[in-house]
Design a protein around this ligand. Structure first.
Ligand code: 5GP
Ligand code: SF4
Ligand code: MG
Length: 466
């Protein structure tokens, strides 16, 4: 998901709409905005579909006045897939004794089922099926004297990955979980302040990047008092999601002081060193494979070309909820550039192989177009484990790498060769010169390593075996 918040500007909702538009790659199912205005109070709009279709018309934006606003773009993760109702669309809102609070969450709470059960037993009435709603109910039950105090207390009971942007009538609040699994950045715009999942959302509104919110940090921001920071959780070694670098974030964002594009390009360089192959052409699977393909071509000296062309009017395939649509999706979105491919030995570079649907279809299309050989180079290690921290991977059984060896996968995909970047190569590309520290990994890489930095309690209750 993508989250954004802003305080201290007039017509805050317009800025949120722009910010969410820049974060649309993080979730395309639905979006929502909540605002507060001193006279008109809290108002909200929550809709299915793209930001550009829902939050650009005057008739909608007129209903969202005020100098403070937050928003969310939704991407449903395990559990709630395919069944999103409008009541699951964030931000969530709650009326507490000291005033209203709205909240938008990116990540996944790994003990949400347990919390929900307990809260319902004690009288909470849930409005949605979302894990994020627990936070509001925990806040309602807290004895804290201020909304930030209550949020702090609530979040101490929550396990898993959370970046949160919340607002009261006058304050914007941002929090990252102690491991800092999901991103959150702070920007400055005139007298106002913005919080966003990624820096690309600051760029679009012309805000200055101030800094990242640190893992375990909570900031409370008001127009008058500026930014107050504290650290409510027991400190831990950060474990940022390495897959944000590989796929999830936008290449023009800066994470941990590092360009996402540069990391992806460097993954391609590492791949070309680890798994060279003789060929005539390096082609990205657009758009997610593009920077790595550029790096691969550069390092190998093999020409780079657009052997696959993407229709710009279709969203990310993976985010389509059902398998049938996903199957179609590849053809709706990608087509082969026959004139370039014919007779060539082609290296295809993609970011990841999950179910293998994309790679299989693309291989067929490339061979149909007359390619002499097809070699896959993948910019991440085999995805052998599901993510429980906010990225939508299917159950373990559906992951190709969970049931097959690399050689079996090559055979299944029907390609001449298939190579994945090593975990160490990926860490080097992400700026860790000596690779992965196996005793204390610098990132979360559970979907590749199976080492889960937070015990996925709900999933273990449901029989998941680590
Ligand atoms: P597959 O077709 O193998 O199931 O999925 C791999 C493709 O899905 C890749 O091209 C990748 O760009 C795309 N993708 C989109 N969203 C995600 C995601 O959340 N996780 C992963 N691993 N791949 C994703
Ligand atoms: Fe990111 Fe993978 Fe960890 Fe999920 S399991 S947070 S996708 S690195
Ligand atoms: Mg892709």
């Amino acid at each position: 998901c993508g989250i954004f918040g802003i305080v201290g500007v007039s017509d805050a909702a317009n800025f949120v709409a722009l910010g969410l538009h820049a974060l649309q790659h993080r979730g395309q199912e639905a979006g929502g905005i909540v605002v507060h205005h001193p006279e008109h109070g809290f108002n909200s709009a929550r809709r299915f579909g793209y930001v550009r279709d829902n939050f650009t018309s005057q008739s909608v934006m007129e209903t969202l006045p005020g100098p403070i606003a937050i928003g969310h773009v939704r991407y449903s993760t395990a559990g709630s897939k395919g069944s999103t109702a409008i009541r699951d669309v964030q931000p969530f809102f709650g009326e507490l004794s000291m005033g209203g609070v709205a909240l938008a969450h990116n990540g996944n709470i790994t003990n949400a089922n347990a919390l929900r059960r307990e809260l319902i037993e004690r009288g909470s009435i849930f409005q949605s099926s979302s894990d994020s709603e627990c936070i509001i109910h925990l806040m309602a039950r807290s004895m804290g004297r201020s909304i930030p105090d209550r949020m702090e207390e609530a979040l101490r009971k929550v396990e898993g990955a959370f970046s949160v942007v919340a607002m009261t009538r006058t304050k914007l609040i941002g929090v990252r979980d102690p491991l800092g699994v999901r991103p959150l950045v702070l920007g400055k715009l005139g007298d106002g302040w913005a919080l966003a999942s990624e820096t690309c959302a600051l760029d679009i509104i012309g805000a200055e990047f101030e800094r990242e919110i640190a893992p375990g940090e909570m900031v409370v921001i008001s127009e008058k008092e500026g930014v107050a920071s504290h650290f409510p959780f027991r400190p831990q070694k950060p474990r940022f999601c390495i897959f944000e670098h590989v796929y999830f974030s936008r290449p023009d964002s800066i994470i941990g002081g590092r360009s996402v594009y540069e990391t992806r390009r460097q993954i391609g360089v590492e791949l070309a060193r680890e798994a060279p192959v003789e060929a005539d052409l390096v082609c990205p699977v657009p758009d997610s494979g593009t920077p790595a393909a550029i790096g691969f071509a550069h390092e190998s000296g093999i020409p780079y070309g657009m052997g696959i062309v993407r229709n710009q009017y279709v969203g990310r395939t993976f985010i389509e909820p059902t398998e049938q649509i996903r199957n179609m999706g590849v053809r709706l979105k990608l087509n082969v550039n026959r004139a370039l491919i014919k007779g060539k030995r082609v290296i295809l570079v993609d970011d990841s192989v999950v179910r293998g649907t994309t790679s299989r279809k693309i291989k067929e299309m490339i061979l149909d177009a007359g390619a002499a050989e097809v070699h896959f180079r993948i910019a991440s290690p085999p995805t052998a484990w599901p993510c429980f921290y906010g990225v939508d991977t299917p159950q373990r059984e559906k992951l190709l790498a969970a049931t097959m060896s690399e050689d079996e996968m090559r055979e299944h995909l029907g390609v001449d060769s298939l190579k994945f970047i090593s975990l160490n190569g990926l860490y080097r590309a992400a700026g860790e010169a000596s690779g992965r520290n196996d005793a204390h990994p610098q990132y979360c890489d559970a979907c590749f390593s199976g080492e889960y930095p937070v015990r996925p309690a709900d999933m273990i209750d449901q029989g998941f075996q680590m």
